[in-house]
Each structure stands twice: as structure tokens, then as C-alpha cells.
Design a protein around this ligand. Structure first.
Ligand code: NIG
Ligand code: FE
Length: 415
């Protein structure tokens, strides 16, 4: 295994102190970005001094070194895209109208059903490579386009197969209640969900359960039921809530101990403070908000109130066909009024906590996995040069896994 020395960095993004499981957003200003060096050996961050004897030497002068991004909300693996719907959407159709006309989740379910395993994996692997080139070293997968018992279990199997073939470490979520499959009423499908949850727990093919609460999907009663199933089987509970309507799902999610509530574009003002005080991550998805012209989640207020704020791509063929965390950071900074540091903690340590891997990744600390990204400029440029990919070098678990072509001269030695 290569040893690596990253030299002369203009900025090293370091947390306020070591060993923090997550960092509430009102402490973002305590991150430091001093100049420095970083040495890696045996897959781990070894020191904050350069190592002249390391086999790989990286010249990071003028540039920032940050932890790899943790994209904790994606819908990989899925099959195909839905560009036709985007056309309908930008010319005036709503997500609910598209879903009711047979588009939306159901159309991706048909595509998944019609694709072979190899086709699904090939598409997801290509996206994982694109994510890596944008600095994502850990990501979450979800089922949810299976829309039948066999389909959901197949999707979880495909996610596990994807995890074996991609560079990144993955965490698998079973989104067992995404849209109501045909042939079922809600209670009938929730009975199947209960059986599947038991099987998924036995097979350990997911670590979290998820549910979509919306007018076109499930309601708070099923959210509560999903929370009970999560507790019963030792899963974390995640929930897609308050995306298009204020359904007041957040109090229910908090009551049943959710690990995260995701979307929150229509978060009810009375639910903001209790969420911010809780140990439940507020996952904001600015790509879906932007492309769907959704309401804007109260990102600034959540940060000021000290929530465990998180941002993610929500990569999926419907609401957010985006895989770039730098783009998501750019959107979050501009649209929520966040500083670059606020966006970065929401893209690194906090999502790592949500996925239960912040002991080993998500921040630059000695002894953590060397999931490290070298940018082509300072931290502030990630958001400022909106649309530019600032990722020059990606190191995953101590291996150099990506060097942008114009950076070859800055990386020397045996990789
Ligand atoms: O996170 N809103 C529910 N689920 C996805 C969209 C799924 C789809 O449209 O295919 C989301 O936005
Ligand atoms: Fe989603």
C-alpha cells in the first residue's frame, strides 16, 4: 500500500477538535483552514507533517485539502433516466401531476424491472465513477424502485453488488415505502413491508429503513409504523418528508427516533426548533429543490438553531439527476445563505455520523481512514466557481484513486 505525503497545502480543513461524532451547524466557524501538510500510511491519516520518504508526493501549494464527501442520500442503483418528465416539469406540470399520469417513481420502477442486473450495475458504476471524480468517497444507496417484494429485494441485492465493485464505501437503505405498488392497498403493502423488514434484518442487506411521506405516497401513520419496525429490527429510520407539502411529519419522526428527516422544503416553522435541538439530522436536498422549483428548506434558520445539518445530491432519475457534491455545496451556499464551512460540515462529518461511520471518516483526523480530497484552489472556490469541478486528486482509504489530467505533474512517485 502506498504511503502519501500531501505537501504545502494552503488550507487543511480541520474540525474544532478531534473525536466529535457530528458538529452542529452553529459551530461551523470553529473549523480551521490553516496551511499545512498531511501524511498517509496504511490507509490511514498518519500525521499533519509532510513525509519526504512517502512513495507518493503531492504538491498542494495554493490549494485546499479536505475530507472526501459523504453523499448520504442517493437513489442508486436505478435504471434509465426521465428527461421527458423534466421537459414537462419546466413547462409547468407538477411532480404530483406527473406521478398521477403514470410517470415518476412508477416509470422508474418499470425501467428497473425491464433492465438486466448487469445493465443496472453498469449504469450505477458509471455514476459512482463520476461521483468519485467529484470527490465523493462514501455514499448511500436506496431501494425503492422495486415496487414489489421481489423487486425491492432485488434492488437491495443490486446495491450490495454495487458496493463490492465501486471504490467508495457504501451504506444501504431499504426504502420499502416509496410509492404504493399496484395490486395493494396501503395496509396490504405495509404488511409486506413488515415481512421484508424482518428478512432484510436477517440478511443484513440494509442498515436503515426509509419511507416517502407525501400526498402521492404514504402518510404519517405509516411513518410511525416504519419507525416501530426500525426499532423492532435495529434499523435506523430515515424519512422523505415535507418535500411538496407541510404534512407535519417531523414531530412524528422525532417521536419514533428517526436518525434523519430528508427534504424539509416545506418544514413547518413550529417544527424547526425541536428538530434543531434533537439528535436527528436535517438532510437538505438543494438539487431537488432547484430543479423542481420546490420551496426552499430553511437552511439558514436550521444552521443558526444548531441543527445537525446535512446536504446530499438525492441522485435519482426524477427530482435530482445530480451526482456532484461540489454543485450541491454551491447551491446550498447561495440558496440557504450558508458559509462554505457550513456547507462543508454538512457534506462531510455530519453525513458520516448519519451513516454511522464518523468514527472512521468524514474529517481530517489522525487515525481516520485516509479519504482525502485535494482541491484545485481554496475552500471558498467550491461554491464561488459554481459549476466547476474543483476536485483535483481523490484518495480513498489511502489509495490515490483519481488524479485530474491537468494535475498529473503535481503527483509524483509510485501509486
Ligand atoms: O427524493 N420524493 C421521493 N423520492 C425521490 C424522487 C424519486 C423519483 O422521482 O424517482 C426524492 O426526491
Ligand atoms: Fe430521495
Amino acid at each position: 500500500m502506498a504511503s502519501i505525503s500531501i505537501n504545502s497545502a494552503a488550507e487543511l480543513l480541520r474540525p474544532p477538535q478531534d473525536g466529535m461524532p457530528f458538529i452542529r451547524a452553529n459551530r461551523a466557524a470553529e473549523f480551521t483552514t490553516e496551511a499545512g501538510e498531511l501524511a498517509i500510511s496504511d490507509g490511514l491519516i498518519a500525521s499533519f507533517e509532510g513525509d519526504g520518504a512517502a512513495t507518493v508526493q503531492i504538491d498542494a501549494s495554493g490549494c485546499a485539502v479536505i475530507p472526501g464527501f459523504v453523499d448520504c442520500h442517493t437513489h442508486l442503483p436505478f435504471a434509465g433516466w426521465r428527461a421527458d418528465e423534466y421537459n414537462l416539469k419546466v413547462t409547468g406540470a407538477s411532480y404530483e401531476q406527473i406521478a398521477q399520469a403514470g410517470g415518476g417513481i412508477k416509470s422508474s420502477a418499470i425501467s428497473l424491472d425491464e433492465a438486466s442486473d448487469d445493465e443496472v450495475i453498469a449504469q450505477a458504476e458509471a455514476l459512482a465513477t463520476e461521483m468519485l471524480e467529484h470527490g465523493t468517497t462514501t455514499f448511500e444507496t436506496k431501494s425503492g424502485y422495486g415496487m414489489s417484494v421481489e423487486g425491492e429485494l432485488r434492488a437491495l441485492g443490486l446495491a450490495a453488488r454495487l458496493g463490492e465493485s465501486v471504490v467508495q464505501q457504501i451504506a444501504s437503505t431499504a426504502l420499502l415505502a416509496h410509492a404504493l405498488p399496484s395490486g395493494y392497498d396501503v395496509d396490504g403493502w405495509m404488511a409486506e413491508v413488515a415481512l421484508m423488514a424482518a428478512q432484510v434484518a436477517d440478511e443484513k442487506s440494509a442498515s436503515a429503513l426509509d419511507i416517502y411521506v407525501e400526498s402521492v405516497a404514504f402518510d404519517n401513520e405509516q411513518l410511525r409504523k416504519m419507525g416501530e419496525l426500525a426499532q423492532q429490527h435495529g434499523f435506523d429510520l430515515r424519512a422523505h418528508v415535507e418535500q411538496f407539502n407541510a404534512n407535519r411529519s417531523v414531530p412524528v419522526a422525532l417521536e419514533v427516533g428517526a436518525r434523519s428527516v430528508d427534504h424539509l422544503a416545506c418544514l413547518h416553522p413550529d417544527d424547526l426548533e425541536p428538530l434543531a435541538q434533537s439528535e436527528c439530522a436535517a438532510v437538505l436536498l438543494p438539487g431537488a429543490e432547484f430543479l423542481g422549483e420546490e420551496e426552499l428548506a430553511p437552511g439558514r434558520a436550521l444552521a443558526d438553531a444548531g441543527a445537525i445539518t446535512v446536504i446530499a445530491t438525492d441522485a435519482n432519475p426524477g427530482t435530482s439527476p445530480i451526482v456532484s457534491m461540489p454543485l450541491i455545496i454551491g447551491l446550498a451556499v447561495r440558496r440557504y445563505g450558508w458559509t462554505a464551512l457550513e456547507a462543508l460540515l454538512a457534506a462531510t462529518i455530519n453525513p458520516a455520523w448519519l451513516l454511522r461511520c464518523s468514527e472512521t471518516t468524514g474529517s481530517l483526523e489522525i487515525g481516520k481512514r485516509a479519504d482525502v480530497v485535494v482541491l484545485d484552489g481554496p475552500v471558498a472556490n467550491i461554491a464561488y466557481r459554481f459549476g466547476h469541478n474543483p476536485v483535483a486528486v481523490v484518495i480513498s482509504s489511502g489509495e490515490v484513486v483519481h488524479v485530474r489530467s491537468d494535475w498529473e505533474d503535481r503527483v509524483s512517485g509510485e501509486r
